[in-house]
Design a protein around this ligand. Structure first.
Ligand SMILES: [Zn+2]
Length: 1024
């Protein structure tokens, strides 16, 4: 399978054996199939009869046989497949209708003609047949059964898209019995196959005008002639429906034809059919003189894409050993498990692209002929194959870009985009993406244990890079000879990992412990050049893996000579005799897995020997370890006080994560005529144990705001404005996950937020307010927070608990917690969002300004005392900008001015519910309820008395979602009396509750500008 990298997650070890044997036995079972099947294209069903001849070549007596019934994976949402899909963030199958699901039924197993005792296991896509008599070593038996399959819509590999059928993993099939016993495994999307070798004799009946592509050799001569005709039909003509004759092509014939396919020495049989397939045909002749016929089936016009099958057959035959079958095909269909999927002699791709076709055809050698246990050891198939595919691309100089990253086919652009010239450059980026964040997993773990992203970055990234390093270290001829002899020795025999390692060690005579270590750990290789003096180069291994590495002597950026050195730990001096050298570089051709290349180069002259030249780049790029990259981007902003702001953002990193990352964005404000903006700096540390990474950083921000508006209703408002300066040291601990597939992320963060005020230049010219007015006092808030984010595809939730110490004249402690839960309904995108908030003050003081209080309403800027939110009119208490809400406290959807009636320095509980409504209307309904120990103060001559009254308040209404979580408009329709009377008080002129003005005063909006920060989005993004 060709992976498309995505994000994802859970727990489940699907293998029957926790400690599988790492060496294969010298025997294997044989399964020979005879199947006849008929397609019903009106009901998307197959009806079939199967006879399996099962030979027990093991030394053991068998009392049972496990049979895979993989169409049952699509039967309901409880199957291993369905659960994994959901864990991986894909809810499509979860929400699928009964009509789109699939299954297998009508089974009636007989053993040697006698009805068998059989039952489904806890996985309904596996059944167990209990044998009446044990099957002795060396004996065979005959299993027969009728079966019928309901073909699902395409959710993974098997399926139909209209009347185009991908019939894969479709028949009852014995699990593999090997040195580890039975390998009965449920069907999965992430995690592939393991099957016994045997022969197939399959007869397929379809309406006469279907084109069938299948594993093996077609036996019907008249069909071959008809397929030749299909070679010459042009795509446009094929798709024409203008005449009755053309249109008939798409109506299934009443008459059926039966096609017979035979194939030996394969472990699976797949077939595909459509009335619209065109066929491209070609052939290759291998070195031995053997001819292989090649076929490409597709619907769209193509440019002789069959030639890529030819190239793949030639390339792999030359590098590994000859292709043993008579034909090789590729079929272009919709597919939802990566960009391509391999089957013996036939591969399924979702587009006729060179890289994908070569990759899938290449699988014949690994998945097909070596036939490893891919579920438990995915690297033995996918990693080897991806390595060879990249070698092919390197040879052909195919741009190293996957679809999705496709920018331009020209090599120059790739270079500019930072991928380097080699297809392995992209794999490096994939590996670094996981490794730098300390998210990576070892190579040698079962496929279902990989976090979905890592299945791509490790199985398709790290491991192929390891083979590349091994190739460069051993030299092409030794590496290729070793692989050829591995292929020759183990073809058709299911080698296990130790079989490969034993072979590699004995064939090359090298100590490959480092290779094993790279396989089984997440230790990140990193060599560093410490110094270079007169040809004596001191190298330090910053990791614990003693992998061999090359060092190059360079002049004017070209390599003069390269030497490989055996690995070591600690420090070592190596020698070079070359004279007139500008610099030395570890791994100049980038064939090792070195995770930090910034320390790989040293100049032989100059003062700053380790300093790389600075490179300024607009917007950004991938990492170039040989440059000090500074990215820049013009930015523009606006708020009520600073008016328009124009500036430039400078930052050093996009992906992969760098150890030190910064972003600084100064802007000139036309409102306050000074420099404002924001900045942040972070150093990331990878750690083992309970924390995955620790981040130490500091955030800064400086913007205008108007302190007075917040407190007084001046008329007219003063134009006078202050500036706030925020300086915030942070320390954040990301917790390690016990199970990497878990979607639960947790972190603990500490920050000390200093808010410092200053007058801005305009304040002296204010006509109303005296320039002598003092600047508000600075304050500090120390905050400890715990975050839990459960990002599962349905019913996600999150928790945040915060303890704050506010230091503003007095010290005050408050604690609050926020829990969010989404409940997804039967349909995608229909949901109920729930937020529960509770908070209380642990200490109290009359000197506490009200902006620290808990509020029932969704707060506006005056209450954002941490200055965390981006607001258009931070200080406004009236007018449009005061109606911008931030999610904080009780979070009721009413404007800030109304909120004054319900605030407290005691305690508050609230719940906010927002639900979608049926149909396509983007309106949601909300209900906010809250219970608050409301505070009121009465000041008399004898002093101020505070009274606290628990009160219940509510608001309900409608919400218009323009962009979810970014821009939403709230219209309250019902509310509690206290809130209503406050409206009356404030807007006496609009007392008529039904008047439009009255309603318009209640409207609020959410504009979450923080969500739109592109830098943040890129750094947290997935590779797609
Ligand atoms: Zn693959």
């Amino acid at each position: 399978m060709r992976a498309i990298l995505l994000f994802i997650f859970s727990v489940i070890s699907f293998c029957l054996f926790s400690q599988p044997k790492q060496k294969q036995a010298n025997w294997q079972q044989k399964t020979d199939y005879n199947i006849s099947v008929k397609l019903n294209d009106e009901q998307n069903k197959l009806s079939a009869f199967e006879k399996i001849t099962y030979t027990n070549n093991s030394p053991n007596e068998l009392n049972e046989i496990y049979i895979h019934l993989w169409p049952n994976a699509y039967r309901n949402i409880e199957t291993a497949f369905a659960k994994q899909k959901l864990e991986n963030g894909d809810a499509e199958f979860y929400y699928s209708t009964e009509e789109d699901k699939g299954w297998i039924d009508s089974l009636d197993f007989k053993i040697n003609g006698q009805r068998a005792k059989w039952y489904l296991t806890k996985d309904i896509d596996i059944c167990k047949i209990e044998l009446l008599q044990p099957l002795k070593s060396g004996e065979k038996l005959e299993i027969t059964t009728p079966f019928s399959v309901k073909i699902p819509k395409v959710f993974s590999r098997m399926g139909h898209e209209g009347q185009m059928y991908c019939v894969t993993q479709w028949y009852p099939k014995p699990a593999v019995y090997d040195a580890n016993g039975w390998n009965a495994i449920p069907y999965l999307d992430e995690g592939e196959f393991y099957s016994e070798f045997g022969s197939f004799d399959v007869s397929i009946s379809v309406p006469k005008n279907y084109v069938v592509a299948a594993t093996g050799n077609l036996q019907n001569e008249d069909e071959k002639v008809w397929l030749k005709e299909r070679t010459n039909i042009k795509a446009e003509e094929n798709n024409r429906t203008d005449t009755i004759k053309n249109f008939q092509r798409f109506v299934s014939s009443k008459e059926f034809k039966t096609l017979r396919f035979l194939q030996d020495s394969v472990h699976d049989f797949a077939w595909f059919c459509s009335k619209r397939f065109l066929v491209e045909q070609s052939s290759v002749v291998l070195k031995s003189g053997k001819k292989v016929n090649t076929f490409l089936y597709h619907v769209d016009p193509s440019q002789n894409s069959v030639k890529w099958i030819d190239s793949a057959i030639n390339f792999y035959s030359k590098l590994l050993g000859e292709y043993p079958y008579d034909n090789a095909s590729a079929v272009v269909t919709p597919l939802k498990a990566g960009a391509g999927m391999e089957y013996p002699t036939i591969t399924n791709v979702d587009a006729a692209e060179e890289g994908v076709i070569v990759h899938e055809v290449g699988h014949n050698w690994f998945y097909g002929i070596l036939a490893n246990n891919e579920r438990t050891y995915p690297w033995m198939d996918e990693s080897f194959n991806n390595y060879y595919e990249k070698r092919f691309e390197y040879k052909q100089k195919i741009p190293a870009l996957h679809r999705g990253f496709h920018f331009n086919k020209s090599g120059d652009k790739n270079q500019r985009f930072g991928f380097g010239e080699t297809p392995f450059g992209l794999l490096q980026q994939n590996y670094l993406f996981s490794a730098r964040k300390n998210n990576d997993q070892p190579v040698n773990i079962p496929a279902p244990d990989f976090e979905e992203m890592n299945y791509g970055t490790i199985v398709y990234g790290k491991a192929p890079l390891m083979f590349h390093q091994l190739q460069d270290y051993l030299g092409d001829s030794l590496f290729d000879a070793m692989m050829q002899s591995y292929y020759e020795k183990w073809k058709f025999k299911h080698p296990l990992p130790e079989d490969f390692f034993d072979h590699a060690k004995s064939f090359t005579g090298k100590n490959l412990d480092w290779f094993n270590q790279l396989f089984s750990t997440t230790t990140k290789p990193d060599y560093k050049i410490v110094s270079a003096r007169k040809g004596e180069i001191v190298i330090k291994n910053k990791s614990s893996i003693a992998a061999p590495f090359p060092v190059s002597a360079m002049k004017q950026d070209s390599v003069i000579s390269t030497k490989w050195f055996e690995g070591f730990t600690g420090k070592k001096t190596i020698l070079f005799t070359e004279k007139q050298i500008d610099k030395f570089r570890i791994d100049a051709y980038e064939t090792t897995l070195d995770v930090y290349r910034k320390n790989n180069t040293i100049s032989t002259r100059g003062i700053f020997k380790k300093m790389e030249p600075i490179s300024f780049q607009l917007l950004g790029n991938l990492e170039n370890p040989y440059k000090t990259q500074i990215f820049y981007s013009p930015i523009i902003g606006a708020n009520l006080y600073n008016k328009t702001m124009i500036g430039m953002a400078f930052y050093n990193s996009l992906i992969p994560q760098k150890k030190v990352e910064y972003a600084i964005a100064p802007m000139y404000s036309f409102g306050t005529n000074d420099v404002v903006g924001y900045a942040n700096f972070e150093r990331h540390f990878n750690t083992d144990g309970i924390f995955k990474q620790v981040h130490v950083g500091v955030n800064g921000a400086r913007f205008g705001y108007n302190y007075f508006n917040a407190f007084t209703n001046f008329s007219p408002f003063p134009t006078f404005a202050f500036t706030y300066n925020k300086i915030e040291p942070t320390l954040c601990f990301d917790l390690n996950k016990e199970n990497k597939r878990s979607v639960i992320e947790q972190s603990i963060q500490f920050r000390s937020t200093f808010i410092l005020f200053s007058k801005n230049a305009n304040s002296n010219n204010d006509p109303i307010y005296p320039p002598s007015f003092t600047v508000p006092a600075n304050y500090r808030v120390d905050e400890l927070s715990y975050f839990m984010n459960n990002k599962k595809a349905i019913n996600k939730n999150a928790l945040k608990v915060t303890l704050q110490n506010i230091n503003d004249n007095v010290d005050l402690v408050k604690i609050f917690a926020e829990f969010k839960q989404t409940i997804n309904y039967e349909k995608p995108k229909k949901k109920l969002d729930m937020r529960i908030f509770g908070g209380m003050f642990l200490t109290q003081s009359t000197a506490l300004p009200t902006n620290y209080y808990f509020l029932m309403c969704g707060n506006s800027g005056y209450f954002d005392y941490m200055f965390d939110h981006s607001l258009l009119g931070r200080s406004e208490v009236d007018g449009l900008f005061s109606h911008q809400l931030i999610e904080q406290g009780g979070n009721m959807h009413i404007p800030i001015d109304v909120a004054y009636i319900v605030n407290t320095d005691s305690w508050l509980f609230s719940a906010n519910l927002v639900t979608t409504i049926p149909g396509p209307i983007p309106v949601r309904l909300f209900v906010d309820v809250g219970y608050i120990n409301a505070k009121s103060s009465i000041t008399t001559t004898s002093g101020t008395t505070n009274t606290y009254t628990p009160t219940f308040q509510y608001v309900a209404g409608a919400k218009i979602v323009v962009v979810e979580d970014v821009f939403e408009i709230n219209l309250p329709l019902f509310n509690s009396d206290d809130i209503e009377s406050k409206f009356g008080l404030l807007y006496g002129g609009y007392k008529d509750e039904n008047s439009l003005q009255h309603l318009s005063h209640k409207i609020t909006f959410t504009l979450n500008l923080n969500k739109l920060n592109p830098l943040k989005a890129i750094r947290t993004a997935a590779i797609n």
